[in-house]
Design a protein around this ligand. Structure first.
Ligand code: XUL
Ligand code: CO
Length: 438
């Protein structure tokens, strides 16, 4: 077991719900079977490298508040290696099997393009050794196409073709890195793939550019035989005023329009859902209904604040609703629950990172247990089945199977009694869900 940066912390153990030990799991018991899978197999937790290893507490009003021991080395490559070591120590001590990264989180940019490419290769080799010695795996890799000022007007959707090409080259290297590390998915999140003002923007051109950009990646994936799943992560705004991957429905339309739908699934983030004016479960349900729910960025926002606060998930109601949708589609496949979440600016100690992950893991473990029971008892599914049962016979069946035209529908209506609408029983169902949560 690695033991350098989290020296005071032993591996976190499951102690059960009566434990008062803040450094123990109360619900997450890795090997406990829930239905036909263990908790670890259901939940597939992942640590987000950018927040948990690179986060400094900086915000737009203030300088970094958090100092990490793994950031002390002067040489940028030594610093990147130590940060990777710290990541694996954190993963081992939490008992989390997966991690996710952006290219620029794990390796520093060099003076030139080629130096940057080499820096990434060096760190990928280091990560590969750590993966081998610990058994930790890569859930997904991605390219940071928003930090470098050249991307201030977009990356794939930049009005400058040279910048678009630069971004495409960066994506090629990030896919190579992900493949080299056996990544199970590759994510596209277009933070600056949008616009600030329509006064200088050819919206149609930018959408066509984005489609070409993604097609280039799809072709390259096939060419090199990368078998991981491509994912798009919708978000309505921030940093751009309007982002093209606004929400699940918008992104699914875009993928269909540009013949990309067969090559992508969606990575749904809780806080992005609420920024788009949706609930987390709405976005999960839209993606799942399309057969496109591939992975989840597990966090939460603050509904009183209008921005991406990326907090660790703690709300059992939300994790229950999320797990009901995930269980109903029989899991996330190659995806997982990635904690795209950061400790608060005021949570300045290393141990705060541990508390944060324990809380998120326990919240989802509880959500899993509750959702499994609700599904097993069929409390909702029986109700929903009955609610739509009029489509199993007579006019409902005829309409849905395309066997009645409008004239026939009218004929049926004119001969039938007046329709009787039954109650949706929302409050009763809410009470039932609460009784399972308690
Ligand atoms: C930004 C965000 C990203 C993506 C990966 O809001 O969620 O960190 O998850 O680029
Ligand atoms: Co995210």
């Amino acid at each position: 077991m690695l033991n350098k940066f989290f020296k005071d912390i032993n591996q976190i153990q499951f102690e059960g719900k009566n434990s008062k030990n803040p450094l123990a799991f109360k619900y997450y018991d890795k090997d406990q079977k829930v239905g036909d899978k263990t908790m670890a197999e259901h939940l597939r937790f992942s640590v987000a490298f950018w927040h948990s290893l690179m986060g400094s507490g900086r915000d737009i009003f203030g300088d970094p508040s958090i100092k990490r021991a793994w950031h002390n080395a002067k040489d940028p490559i030594d610093k990147a290696k130590e940060t990777m070591d710290a990541a694996f120590e954190l993963l081992q001590k939490l008992g989390v099997d997966y991690y996710c990264f952006h290219d620029r989180d794990i390796a520093p940019e060099g003076e030139t393009y080629l130096q940057t490419v080499n820096n990434l290769k060096t760190i990928v080799e280091h990560a590969k050794e750590l993966q081998k010695s610990t058994g930790v795996k890569l859930l997904w890799g991605t390219a940071n196409l928003f930090g470098n000022p050249i991307y201030s007007q977009g990356a794939g959707t930049s009005p400058n073709a040279h910048v678009m090409a630069f971004a495409a080259a960066q994506v090629k290297n990030a896919i190579d890195a992900t493949k080299e590390l056996g990544g199970e998915n590759y994510v596209f999140w277009g933070g600056r793939e949008g616009y600030e003002t329509l006064l200088n923007t050819d919206l149609k051109h930018e959408q066509e550019q984005m489609a070409k950009f993604l097609h280039l990646a799809v072709d390259y994936k096939k060419e090199i035989g990368f078998t991981g799943q491509f994912l798009i992560e919708p978000k309505p705004a921030e940093p751009s005023k309007h982002q093209y991957d606004f929400d699940a429905a918008t992104t699914l339309y875009f993928l269909k329009e540009y013949n990309l739908i067969d090559y992508f699934k969606l990575n749904i983030e809780a806080n992005h859902a609420t920024l788009a004016g949706h609930s987390f479960e709405h976005e999960l349900a839209v993606a799942s209904a399309a057969g496109k729910l591939g992975s989840v960025d597990a966090n939460r926002g603050d509904l009183l604040l209008g921005w991406d606060t990326d907090q660790f998930p703690t709300d059992i109601y939300q994790t229950t609703m999320a797990m009901m949708i995930i269980l109903k589609q029989n899991g996330l496949g190659s995806g997982g629950l990635n904690f795209d979440a950061k400790v608060r600016r005021s949570s300045t100690d290393t141990i705060d990172l541990i508390h944060a992950h324990i809380g998120g893991m326990d919240a989802f473990a509880r959500g899993l247990l509750i959702a499994h029971k609700i599904i097993e008892d069929k409390v909702l599914s029986d109700f929903i089945e009955k609610r739509y049962s009029s489509f199993n016979s007579e006019i409902g069946k005829k309409i849905m199977s395309g066997k009645a035209d409008l004239r026939e529908v009218e004929k049926w209506v004119s001969q039938a009694e007046k329709p009787i609408l039954e109650s949706g029983r929302q409050e009763m169902l809410e009470n039932i869900i609460n009784s399972y949560i308690c």
